[in-house]
Design a protein around this ligand. Structure first.
Ligand code: SF4
Length: 627
């Protein structure tokens, strides 16, 4: 079906589906280029519905960067909701891009964003709706190249057989290199295999079909390495980084309908020096790079003029660690202080200076203030490497309530095998102490919301050797919290154990997991991140029918020298460093902020040349000279 036919049918079916604006395109700042005048055509697919995907910053960044190239176009695609999927299947409409309404199958490349593992079955649904074979091996010369990227791609093996290639790491420069390869492929009339060979030599690109895993009889890995005859391919594949953050996008598309976030989002800093041992993002995004206060203010000013947004989010993993955060907040106050602009500054350290910063922005007073102590006892904080004291937390929440925020949201994490019932009970006690502090200041208006997630020992973190809690252990800890943490002024949010276990199995899986994912998808698993559509039975059946024991991936403490399915993918951090951190966690030893002291994680040696090419004031990891 061509784009003209799709455009002809849509007006008939759109009035009968929920939120037709999800499928029309045509929003402010959309870029539509002449298809026939541009040699490189890329579809950027977020494998969830429009309302979720339009809030993804990575998609907005790649859209703007690629469309800035005169020889390339980038269009957006999202999954339809159930009603629209049924209508599309009934009418024979394939998954199409919003800008040109061309089927995805007509593009040179479809880039699929994978920020989390629960989107894997959605990626298969998208390929199926697009009429593109699910397995890379079944695709022919005329099919687009299917490229995955995003944080879940740091262990690409569970979905390796469905993708032609993965972009490992940061996409800003990588996307342009891929566009170059696609353009040359067109000029030279090169085949699919030759194009993938070229792509496999681009820094940060991983072409899984050119690498093969080898297993022992006990199911553990011997290695994943380039196939015979391809020994010159990168091994490990080192993630791509940009030495300095490029200008932020300032012309984001403004949706017609309510999406998850209706605001301008700008990344003020990438990477984190805190070293929380459970945090994959903090490890895979090293080294720290910052945007200057002047650049941030200028980008916000331009973006507001281009969009009309009334809210701005300053994003990073640890906002108060930006080395010029006070200057930034002051500059924002000078520039926007008299306007109605709301500015949010999430991910703050637990200290009163964070409260000062948010108050200076005058953004969310009277609403929620979020803090993430993660654990409630000193011993668990040492295990997680989140060394803040209860006294410090209570002092900070005292300031928050004193300045009239009525609700403190606290994020905790349970599920470490070293955690005892007392550690879990302490979470409830701490949340109650926070509420008591609020009541002292605000009376019955004060509230506490406790969000308690369950630890997933993620790849590329010090916890990658860890056996995680069983379903029964997680359920018991959650029951304890439900009993201990209730009453007026308290709200408790818990993640379903089945959801956490699936995330753990998928994120820690190897290439054999592909069979499980395909089976679960065929049995109806999709939208696994949506609690009302999550079907644990489909997954349990898929594991059983594939003959794969999920506990092998999640409930087994790994030997120190075990080869992981993600070991041939390097995020620039030494495995020996992570192991040292793992042993320190078991011994309850903490590590400080590596802004003050370098702990030799390996980032500097991996990217030494890039760093040395930067001017002194921009070099990442500020204390390198003391090594
Ligand atoms: S190299 Fe040192 S300062 Fe840089 S991220 Fe690693 S531990 Fe931190």
């Amino acid at each position: 079906m061509d784009s003209a036919t799709i455009s002809r049918i849509l007006p008939r079916i759109l009035p009968r589906v929920e939120k037709p604006g999800r499928y029309t395109g045509g929003e402010l700042n959309q870029v539509v280029k002449d298809w026939n005048a541009v040699p490189v055509r890329i579809a950027l697919l977020f494998p969830d519905i429009y309302d979720i995907g339009m809030s993804n910053l990575g998609l907005a960044v790649l859209y703007e960067i690629l469309n800035a190239r005169p020889d390339a176009l980038a269009e957006r695609a999202f999954l339809p909701w159930q009603d629209m999927e049924a209508a599309m299947r009934r009418e024979g409409i394939p998954l199409f891009a919003l800008e040109s309404r061309r089927p995805l199958a007509e593009f040179d490349l479809v880039g699929i964003t994978l920020p989390y593992e629960s989107l894997y079955t959605n990626a298969l649904l998208a390929l199926d709706l697009a009429g593109i074979p699910l397995r890379a091996a079944d695709r022919g010369e005329d099919h687009p190249l299917i490229v995955g990227g995003g944080h879940a791609a740091f262990n690409p093996e569970p979905v390796a057989e469905f993708f032609d290639a993965f972009a490992i790491g940061e996409g800003e420069e990588l996307a342009l290199d891929l566009a170059d390869v696609l353009r040359r492929r067109k000029e030279e009339g090169a085949g699919r295999g030759a194009a993938l060979e070229k792509i496999s030599r681009v820094w940060g690109m991983y072409v899984p079909a050119l690498y093969a895993p080898e297993y022992r009889s006990d199911g553990t890995l011997i290695r994943t390495a380039p196939q015979s005859g391809k020994e010159d391919l990168p091994n490990p594949v080192v993630k791509r980084i940009v030495p300095r953050l490029p200008p932020a996008p300032v012309r984001p598309i403004v949706p017609y309908l309510e999406t998850v976030h209706n605001r301008y989002a700008i990344e003020i800093m990438r990477g984190c020096t805190r070293g929380c041992r459970f945090c994959q993002a903090g490890h895979v995004t090293r080294p720290v790079r910052e945007r200057s206060a002047a650049d941030i203010v200028a980008s916000i000013e331009a973006a507001l003029a281009n969009t009309g947004y009334e809210e701005v989010a300053l994003l990073s993993l640890s906002s108060s660690d930006h080395s010029h955060i006070t200057d930034l907040v002051q500059a924002l106050g000078v520039k926007f202080g008299s306007s109605r602009l709301r500015i949010s500054l999430p991910s703050l350290r637990i200290e009163t200076v964070s409260v000062d910063l948010v108050e200076a922005l005058r953004s969310s007073r009277g609403g929620n203030f979020t803090l993430a102590p993660e654990a409630a006892t000193e011993s668990m904080r040492a295990v997680l490497n989140k060394p803040i004291s209860a006294r410090q937390l209570l002092e900070t929440v005292g300031e928050i309530y004193r300045r009239k925020w009525t609700t403190v949201k606290l994020y905790f994490m349970i599920g470490h095998p070293r955690e005892t019932a007392d550690d879990v009970r302490a979470i409830a006690e701490l949340a109650r102490a926070v509420l008591a502090e609020g009541r002292r200041r605000l009376g019955r208006r004060a509230e506490v919301h406790a969000g308690v997630s369950t630890l997933v020992p993620k790849p590329h973190t010090p916890f990658q050797w860890l056996a995680m809690d069983s379903r029964e252990q997680i359920a018991a800890k959650q029951d304890l919290l439900r009993r201990e943490l209730r009453g007026p002024g308290i709200k408790l949010d818990l993640t379903k154990p089945e959801v956490t276990l699936l995330e753990a199995r998928l994120s820690r899986g190897d290439r054999r997991m592909g069979e499980v994912i395909a089976r679960a998808w065929r049995a109806g698993a999709r939208f696994d991140a949506w609690s009302d559509r999550f079907r644990p039975v489909a997954w349990d059946d898929a594991f059983r029918e594939s003959g794969i024991d999920p506990a092998f991936y999640t409930h087994r403490e790994r030997a120190a020298d075990e080869v992981f399915p993600w070991d041939h993918i390097s995020v620039g951090i030494r495995k020996a460093y992570l192991r040292r951190q793992y042993e320190d966690s078991l011994a309850g030893r903490t590590q400080g902020d590596c802004r003050r002291e370098c702990f030799g994680c390996g980032i500097l040696s991996t990217f030494r040349e890039l760093r040395e090419a930067l001017p002194a004031e921009e070099r990442f990891c500020p204390i390198v000279d003391r090594r």
